[in-house]
Design a protein around this ligand. Structure first.
Ligand code: HXC
Length: 514
């Protein structure tokens, strides 16, 4: 018996070493942690239970039968994050560069199925050279098996991907289907085809970092939601991100402790909007006043900065915030902002996270670039996402709510539950000057002093529409409120909406304008 136990211990020890000490050293030299070290930092101490530690590949081509490593390049199992069950896989670059073999894929699929059946989040730590080249089509099949399960799990359990090394070729599509991607600066990259293929096909010279590094995807493509300075920052970000989410679509996020009867007045909000309606301000300063202290976790911070999105807490409860950002492009809605916000709205709706919209939007961005890149379709995505969302939804119109953007930004008409406006709100088809130029065109051009006439007409139009009261008279706005009381109003309203039940018409699935 002792011999057998000793043999088992030897096997466990061997598996723990992955591709061996030299390759572990090489991994460290690159500034990267190993697959197991990452799990050590991610999961509560002593909570990790490994599944499939002794799995090896079945490949016999290219002399592969002589080179086997227990675990086959991926560590899989389950554990806890702050006491909550999660399923994890962590690719081991020290074994065949973390490449995906048939058995490597089977291990990941097993974890995915357990996560789905047991209703707990799935976290993937990706560090892989892609398909196991020695295995050919078997490896490609393994990828597709994973993609299929990603899709089955979408909207049922949260799926988070951290990219901590290479992630290239078709391998990118599993993270892309998951709900959130985090990348590590300088040590991770994602692309469908790498620099050498790019050079051959398009003659562009580009480095891996420039083509698909964390900064590129956080700012240019929006593929990643977070760019983290190092692996530990990424791991801590993963944990924080998860804290806003429930285990699955049947649950609500766990609230944090919150004591009633605090002073919820926020007098600073009465001063936050500049006197001049065209002057910018940072909407994050509004969020800071409204949300629980230090609770805002911004998503996609450096992409489509004209809209700010992120998770926050209000009286201890998770909410998703979507806010136009007047400090960037005047907060206009464009292609990227529409898609960014739409996907976030849909995530929150999947997982019972109520939505708060802070609106200050001059409209959709005009121009050929926007039209040719389908602002019609992309704007419709946001409209669709809000319209189908059944979670509690509240809008606060802070300042501008112009044109189609008024409708799109969670208006009463598309199903918002409560719509507040500050006295600074301007709810109209367009800005007063543009409106005056169109409807009083003849009168202005024939006036002795056209500029003076334009000003007169602009002021007249503004007097009628540059306020929240026309909308309030119609009930499109439920209440015009002093900014200072917004937080308490929101706390009460979200509490009132806690048991909201809305069922969209029965259907197979909708057809969002993709
Ligand atoms: C098998 C692989 C491998 C792979 C790396 N290795 N990638 N083994 N299949 N795909 C092995 C190497 O042989 C090496 O083994 C070890 O991993 C580390 O690799 P290095 O090249 O030494 O590391 P590094 O210099 O850091 O370069 C990492 C790398 C490079 C950029 C990822 O290895 C690389 O370009 N690999 C090939 C990438 C690729 O073309 N993959 C297929 C993409 S197509 P030893 O024994 O020396 O430690 C694809 C299709 C998927 O993935 C489609 C799904 C639908």
């Amino acid at each position: 018996m002792d011999n057998k136990i000793a043999a088992l211990k030897d096997k466990i020890k061997e598996a723990g070493l992955g591709g061996g000490p030299a390759r572990i050293e090489s991994q460290h030299q690159k500034g990267k942690l190993t697959a197991r070290e990452r799990l050590h930092f991610l999961l509560d101490e002593g909570s990790f239970e490994e599944i499939g530690m002794l799995v090896t590949h079945r490949s016999t081509d290219f002399g592969m039968e002589a080179e086997k490593y227990p675990g086959d390049g991926v560590v899989t199992g389950y554990g806890n994050i702050n006491g909550r069950l999660v399923y994890v896989f962590s690719q081991d670059f020290t074994v065949f560069g973390g490449s995906l073999s048939e058995t490597h894929a089977e291990k990941i699929c097993k974890i995915m199925e357990l996560a789905l059946q047991n209703g707990a989040p799935l976290i993937g730590l990706n560090d892989s050279g892609g398909a196991r080249i020695q295995e050919g089509v078997v490896s490609l099949g393994g990828y597709a098996d994973i993609f299929y399960r990603n899709v089955q799990a979408s909207g049922v359990i949260p799926q988070l991907s951290a990219i901590m090394g290479p992630c290239a070729g078709g391998a990118v599509y599993s993270p892309a289907i998951t709900d959130f991607i985090l990348m590590v600066e300088h040590t991770s990259y994602m692309f469908v085809t790498g620099p050498s293929v790019v050079k051959t096909v398009t003659h562009e010279e580009v480095s891996s970092e420039e083509l698909g590094g964390a900064y590129t995807h956080a700012t240019k493509s929006g593929v990643t939601h977070f760019a983290c300075a190092n692996e530990l920052e990424a791991i801590n970000h993963l944990k924080r991100l998860l804290s806003y989410m429930p285990q699955n679509c049947e649950e609500v996020p766990s609230p944090l402790a919150y004591s009633q009867n605090q002073d919820e007045g926020r007098p600073l909000l009465n001063q936050i909007i500049p006197e001049n309606a065209n002057q910018p301000y940072d909407v994050r300063s509004v969020i800071e006043q409204l949300a629980d202290q230090d609770s805002f976790l911004e998503v996609h911070k450096d992409f489509a900065e004209n809209i700010v999105i992120g998770f926050s807490r209000l009286a201890g409860r998770s909410i998703g915030i979507i806010a136009n950002q007047p400090a960037y492009l005047a907060g206009v809605l464009d292609n990227n902002a529409s898609v960014k916000a739409a996907r976030f709205v849909r995530f929150c709706d999947c997982f019972n996270i109520p939505l708060l919209v802070l609106e200050d939007v001059p409209g959709f961005l005009p121009g050929t670039d926007q039209e040719w890149n389908a602002i019609i379709t992309n704007g419709a995505k946001l409209l669709y996402a809000f319209s189908e969302a059944t979670v509690p939804r509240i809008t606060v119109i802070i300042r501008k709510a112009y044109g189609g953007a008024y409708d799109v930004m969670n208006s009463k008409h598309i199903g918002a539950d409560m719509n507040y406006a500050w006295p600074t709100a301007e709810i109209a088809v367009m800005g007063a000057r543009g409106a005056a130029e169109i409807i009083f065109k003849k009168e202005i051009s024939s006036a002795a002093d056209p500029q003076q006439k334009l000003l007169e007409k602009e002021q007249m139009y503004a007097g009628i529409f540059a306020n929240p009261y026309r909308a309030a008279e119609r009930g499109f706005v439920d209440e015009v409120i002093e900014p200072a009381v917004t937080r308490i109003k929101l706390i009460k309203a979200f509490k009132m909406l806690e048991n909201k039940v809305v069922n969209n018409p029965r259907k197979k699935h909708g057809n969002i304008p993709l």
